[in-house]
Design a protein around this ligand. Sequence first.
Ligand code: PEP
Length: 232
Amino acid sequence: MDKKLIVANWKCNPTTFKKAELLFDLIKKGLKNIKNVEVVICPPFVYLTTINKKRETSIKTGGQDCFWKKKGPFTGEVSPDMLKDLGCRYVIIGHSERRRYFSETDTMINKKLKLTLKKKLKPILCIDKISQVKKDLKGISRGEIKNIVLAYEPLFAIGTGKTASPEKAAEFNLSIKRILGDKVLILYGGSVSSKNARGFIQESGFQGLLIGGASLRAKEFIRIVKNIDSLR
Ligand code: PEP
């Protein structure tokens, strides 16, 4: 079985360095013997240095966003080079909260994707509509699309406790594969818990999960990863 990918998006949490360290230590301890899942933790930028020092090679890290220029007069921004230099392998791009609260457009997302791919940082592109795919991936070759991870995150499911039905999610999964080919890795995200996680892999055919709220509760996150790790 190919490894599944589980990405933890901590968003703007936890509020102190101490709490972030504790959360990471608990997760790391609980995931010592995981074999069939690649776990990626995406904490706020300010915690990345410490977490990258503490992590073991089996746990990877990622940024929650990055800029489309490699450096320069862009106050507040973080570039893909900076993330790579800290040891990150992944970066989330186009999360619906960035689109909604920070007015990120498909054009901006497209530029971010192009630079991260050039810098060999793996982008996790979040979408909730098929129509975003074409715009976000404009000018990116088939060969490069294979290096992008896609995350289907229906808006109504993010942080609400509601999830897409396994059938609807499977339909979306198939539609994306029809457009981009079956080499693209697709995750499901939106109110994933230890109760529903397996369904998205087994019934809907996703190759992994993007987890927000539940990734801030160490025990629950570990339970989800173990549930997926034990799938045959
Ligand atoms: C997310 O915001 O990417 C997400 C999946 O959040 P949650 O799991 O809390 O719904």
